[in-house]
Each structure stands twice: as C-alpha cells, then as structure tokens.
Write a protein that binds this ligand. Structure first.
Ligand SMILES: [Zn+2]
Length: 187
C-alpha cells in the first residue's frame, strides 16, 4: 500500500488546477480557495476529471454534506440554510483543516460551500480516496496499470480491478461517524 503525503498530493494537484484556471501553479497553496482563483463550475468538472486521471481515483459528484444529509435525513444537519450543531460537529470531524472561526456562530450553506473550495480540503479528499482504493491486484497482488473507465488492469494477470467509488467511501465514513457519535452519546 503506497500512500502519498499531503505535499506529494499538492505537488501533483497544483498543476492540474493551474492548467484549468490558466494561472501560475505557485498560487495553488493549501490555504487558497478555488473560487478566489477563478474556478467556476465547468472548471471544477475539468479539475475533478484531471484529479481522477492523475491519482487513479473515483471522485464522487456529491459533497460529504449531501451524502451525510441522505443518511441523517432532512433537517438534522442543516435547517433553513444554516448548519445545526450536529452539522457543525460532523464537518469538524470530517474536515480538521477548517478553522474554529469558520464553524462558529451562524454558518450558512454558502459559507460551507465556500469552505469546500479550499485547496487543503481537496488535498485531504484526494488522500482519503487514494487510501481507500486498492493499489495492488485483488487476485494476485500484482501491480496495476493506469485507470481507464474506473478500472485498473493488473499488469501481471490481466484481472480488471474496479476503483472504489468515492461515493461509497464517503457513505462508509458517514455511517461510521454516526455509529461512533451514537455510541459516545449513549455512554
Ligand atoms: Zn493480478
């Protein structure tokens, strides 16, 4: 299992973002926001595709909050466009890179969506999907070729190894978080 460091991820991510936005890669720091760098929704799609290709991972279309809302149901994590305490706790657990200020007081969904544009969050997201995706062949343990249509062919035996859908990784995280917080509340 070869894991990438955050610095390695950023070094590979910065040129992808820079190319899409036609900016200098040096501007892509962990503290930068993609929205401030000029990213619009089409750029985000292009950047996401570039990330999937560069890291051999499957990035979900939904944000972690959208997936969490499906698990928790409406009105639990967010009410009338504002995060509830439960919503804040979940995001704090999921996004340790968030500053304390960004989750204090009334936190609107547009403020949350802005935080989702922070480069450090994208680095952490890539890290979690790389870690959740098998890096060797499930059949023989051999090395895998580059991903094509969300599959990686084993160089040794030819078995097609499917990438782990990011959506599944996120949902697993939400369910584990929910179980852990329910346990600690019961104690
Ligand atoms: Zn194999």
């Amino acid at each position: 299992m070869s894991s990438l460091s955050r610095a390695e991820i950023l070094a590979r991510l910065a040129p992808i973002i820079a190319k899409s936005l036609h900016i200098d890669a040096a501007r892509v720091t962990e503290d930068a926001y993609l929205s401030d760098l000029g990213a619009e929704s089409l750029d985000l799609i292009e950047i996401t595709m570039g990330i999937e290709e560069a890291f051999d991972i499957w990035v979900p279309e939904k944000s972690i909050l959208q997936t969490a809302r499906e698990v928790y149901g409406e009105g639990v994590l967010e009410k009338e466009g504002v995060l509830t305490q439960e919503g804040k706790d979940l995001l704090r657990a999921r996004m340790p890179e968030l500053s304390a200020e960004s989750l204090s007081g009334e936190v609107t969904m547009s403020a949350v969506n802005r935080e989702f544009m922070r480069v450090s969050g994208w680095v952490r997201m890539i890290e979690s999907f790389v870690d959740a995706t098998p890096q060797v062949c499930a059949a023989c343990g051999g090395p895998l070729g580059r991903a094509l249509a969300y599959k990686r062919k084993c160089v040794a035996c030819g078995t097609e190894n499917a990438l782990k859908p990011g959506e599944e990784v996120n949902k697993r995280w939400v369910l584990d978080y929910q179980a852990a917080t329910a346990r600690s509340a019961a104690q």
